[in-house]
Ligand binder design. Structure first.
Ligand SMILES: [Zn+2]
Length: 241
């Protein structure tokens, strides 16, 4: 059924390119063409946030059957995806969900774009790691689990800002369900509580962490391929046509 590839940043599903991934320094990289040439297989390409929104729709606990769902992805890159009636919205050139440079109230982190408090700067795992002085976000989680107060404080603060981002996006989109992929919210109930505390009670009740806490990136890639398969099961097997 081919290869599924998911990345953060701006990924054009139709063209099969990573249009812009500032952290990797990728611009207009024809991923489908490159991977196709190496593997000899059909390659399907999409953004992390959308791929995981699809995975929630296909196998997740929270947003399955939802009439409208928002997915906020805060890894190294910060992206969002919005699905209505079983369909993740892409928009022209798959640019929907590019929220990296929306301003977050109370943000203090300078962004490479020249402004302060962009979602990308505030919520990125890179910011968390830099503030914690640790190389890997899972180490920050481990430090917090070991009772180090600074790590706990940083994770809760990041979750609180994630809550503000959810508030900003849900004010615009008013989704039935909200799924959040963010390291603290995934691993710690106090972080989920800190996120929810930024929202009114009704909205807070609609927010859950990703259904795939231990395999976010693998699930993203897999769901890109499976989504194509499920939508057109015969289309991926040329011998059946
Ligand atoms: Zn910015």
């Amino acid at each position: 059924m081919g290869v599924g590839f998911a990345a953060g940043g701006w990924v054009d599903r139709q063209a099969g390119t990573v249009v812009d991934h500032p952290l990797l320094g990728w611009r207009e990289v024809p991923v489908r063409e490159i991977l196709g040439a190496h593997t000899g297989l059909p390659v399907h390409v999409d953004g992390h946030a959308r791929a995981l929104a699809d995975a929630e729709r296909l196998f997740g606990r929270a947003a399955r059957g939802s009439r409208s769902a928002l997915h906020l992805f805060a890894g190294n890159m910060v992206d969002a995806a919005f699905a209505t009636h079983d369909e993740v919205h892409h928009g022209p050139r798959s640019q929907a969900g590019a929220i990296a440079h929306l301003p977050l109230a109370g943000g203090t982190e300078p962004c490479p774009c020249g402004r302060v408090g962009c979602l990308q700067a505030e919520l990125s795992e890179l910011t968390l790691c830099r503030r914690a002085g640790l190389a890997d976000p899972l180490r920050v989680v481990a430090a917090a689990a070991a009772g180090r107060p600074r790590a706990v404080r940083l994770l809760r603060e990041q979750a609180r800002m994630t809550g503000r981002a959810v508030r900003l996006l849900t004010d615009v989109l008013n989704p039935e369900h909200v799924v959040v992929t963010e390291i603290g919210v995934i691993h710690r109930p106090d972080c989920l509580a800190a996120l929810r505390a930024e929202l009114d009670e009704e909205r807070a009740a609609t927010v859950v962490p990703t259904s795939f806490p231990d395999s976010v990136l693998a699930v993203a890639g897999g769901s890109v391929a499976l989504d194509v398969l499920y939508r057109d099961p015969l289309g991926v097997s040329p011998e059946l046509n």
